[in-house]
Every structure is written in C-alpha cells, then in structure tokens.
Design a protein around this ligand. Sequence first.
Ligand SMILES: Nc1ncnc2c1ncn2[C@@H]1O[C@H](COP(=O)(O)OP(=O)(O)OP(=O)(O)O)[C@@H](O)[C@H]1O
Ligand SMILES: [Mg+2]
Length: 113
Amino acid sequence: MTECFQSFQVLFKPEVKTTLTIKAPSLLYVNGDAHRLNQLLSNFLSNAAKFTRTGEVELSMEEGQRNLDTNKVEIKFAVRDTGIGISAEALKKLFKPFVQVRQDIMPRRRHIF
Ligand SMILES: Nc1ncnc2c1ncn2[C@@H]1O[C@H](COP(=O)(O)OP(=O)(O)OP(=O)(O)O)[C@@H](O)[C@H]1O
Ligand SMILES: [Mg+2]
C-alpha cells in the first residue's frame, strides 16, 4: 500500500497535498490478494490525480470487524480527494456491471492486463 501510494506521487500536481493514513493497530500481517488490491488502489489514485487540481488526496486504510472464528478481518480502504467530485446523478451511472458483446467469439484470455 505504501509502495503503491509512493509510486503515484509523480502523477499529482505540486498544488495537491497527499496523505497516507493507516489505522490498523493490531494488524501485523494479513493474507490477501495483493495484486488485485494494487490494481484497485492504482485505479482510484489515478482518478484522484486526474480529477484534482488543488487541495488534497488521502489514501487511508482502517481495520474493521474481526471474526475470531474464521480468523478474518475486514479492512476498509478509501481514497478521498477535493477534486471536481461526482454528482449524485452521475454516480448512478457508475459501478454498473461490465458487459462484452459476443462473448462466444472472444478469444480466451491468456494474460492479465
Ligand atoms: N476521483 C474522481 N473525481 C471525480 N470524478 C471521478 C473520479 N473518479 C472517477 N470519476 C468519474 O468517473 C468516470 C469513470 O472513471 P474511470 O476510472 O472508469 O474512467 P476514466 O478515469 O475516465 O478513464 P480510464 O480510467 O480508463 O483512464 C470518470 O470519467 C469520471 O467522470
Ligand atoms: Mg480512471
């Protein structure tokens, strides 16, 4: 997470203050899909860089509920920016499932991009 945050510093305008906040007092080590997490955070950080001219961008991580039976813990990640924002109307159009036309003729994917 720290590496991902640092690698994005070059994309932010000098007028933008960036902050990394980690609130996970009891977490030393967790198992998870680091590659997917990196992809998600990279997408959110690149959007924050693209749509924020001045102000600040914060990447945060917060420890949530812990289930002692399954030994799983919820971790909340967030990217907050003071950029142009997204109107309530526009927000409804986002996060719709992605669909590809004619999946039957799509070549089987061999690499992950
Ligand atoms: N941090 C943000 N602030 C304001 N608008 C945003 C932010 N993040 C996303 N959006 C809006 O949501 C849209 C969809 O974001 P998405 O990352 O899918 O596409 P994109 O950034 O425009 O293109 P790409 O990521 O493919 O280069 C953006 O075009 C923008 O309108
Ligand atoms: Mg984007």
